[in-house]
Design a protein around this ligand. Sequence first.
Ligand SMILES: Nc1ncnc2c1ncn2[C@@H]1O[C@H](COP(=O)(O)OP(=O)(O)OP(=O)(O)O)[C@@H](O)[C@H]1O
Ligand SMILES: [Mg+2]
Length: 426
Amino acid sequence: MGMNEVIAGLDIGTSKVSIVVGEIGKGDGLQVTGVGTSLCTGMEKGMIVDMDNTSGAIASALKKAEYMSNKKIAGVYVNISSRHVRFVRSRGTVGIPGHDGVITHEHVYEVTEETKKPEMTPDSKILDILPVQYIVDGYGKIADPVGMEGSRLELEADVLVASTTIINTIERCVKNAGLEVKGLILEPLADASAVLTKDEMEQGCVLVNVGAGKTELGIFQKGLLKYVKYIPVGGDHISNDLSVGLNINFKLAEEIKRKYGLWDSDLDNDGTTDVSYLNYNQSYDADIDKQPYDIDIDRAREIMLARVQEMFAIIKHEIKGSGYGDNVGSRVVLTGGGLAMLQGAVQVGEEVLGQTPRIGKSKFIGATSPIYSLAVGLVKYIYENTYKRESSDFQGRVTGRRYRRRRSKKAPVFVNKIKQVLSDFF
Ligand SMILES: Nc1ncnc2c1ncn2[C@@H]1O[C@H](COP(=O)(O)OP(=O)(O)OP(=O)(O)O)[C@@H](O)[C@H]1O
Ligand SMILES: [Mg+2]
């Protein structure tokens, strides 16, 4: 393990793919040194529907990220939607040899392996193992048993599994772009690493990533992911409503949404505004798009507002339905571009939810936009769970679907950051 080890995250989204390059420096922890983005139409609602388009977009984002970071990227950690991931509660047990033997990282590794049961994986693969609690000689609720004395170590954990078909498609797409998939990370876990504060994770919060085609909702409490929900609605629905309602093409609707948002702008005296110049900067195919438009912005905002209100109402409904509403209702963190980037959306959220959502951004310069939170989070999640160095020489984290034994003193080790309690999943 040399210094300046590189971790790369690849977010395959409905509107774009992004690659973020992180480097682990000497004293100052993780730095983001490269970001590459490319528009992508090969992904829909968390499913790859066009492999060639997706691979092409990944290759082009990779080029940009490598150029900016001046690093050659061989492997990436990739997002996977909660739509595809199943949680299986499991238990493992190992005996600690000797009288009152001391529990080591190696025992933690062994007991984690024991939670993998063959019946979990007929047509699926294990993505990650999230510890709920360790139990030493019958005493439970232990977060980190290393260094404790005992004769029997148990682990209760949530094993994350996804279908082989879904995983293979992602892997093939990434491989066609010249990259190896080092691991697949559940979206809300990655987002949380990028944008949630320790307090929010501990005291409870709802993390909502509204993207272009979908919404991923994760509920955190006491540092654990308690609940996830995939919702098939995103920012594209706002643009689509606008396109249908104003009888304009989708690209122009998208431009109007981004430029005018839900309120405030310079309108002509008659309340309309000429948006033909918006077309000018884009290459639109239809001739009619080259004609000047007079768009009624008030009408456009009415249409957008109705959809945004509905989206927040769905989010509110899902929080309530999770059963965690009362405990975590005090904090909603919004990320992804679909609502967090839309001017005026926070105020609508406040009205509908009864509280002001916070916009979740990563702190890394060059990647602070909510549309990059997931790609940054993929890197940070791996950094926090695998690479942060401790006094031991053992890496026990399963992310990446394989454990590696490390003998070097400076090797990455298991850091039991996210302990899991997922009782009432889905
Ligand atoms: N300035 C803006 N104003 C309004 N909406 C915006 C703005 N910038 C981006 N968006 C919207 O954000 C969405 C894209 O967000 P994001 O990049 O998080 O999605 P994605 O990750 O590609 O998709 P998904 O997560 O659904 O697969 C699009 O719907 C886009 O219209
Ligand atoms: Mg996304």
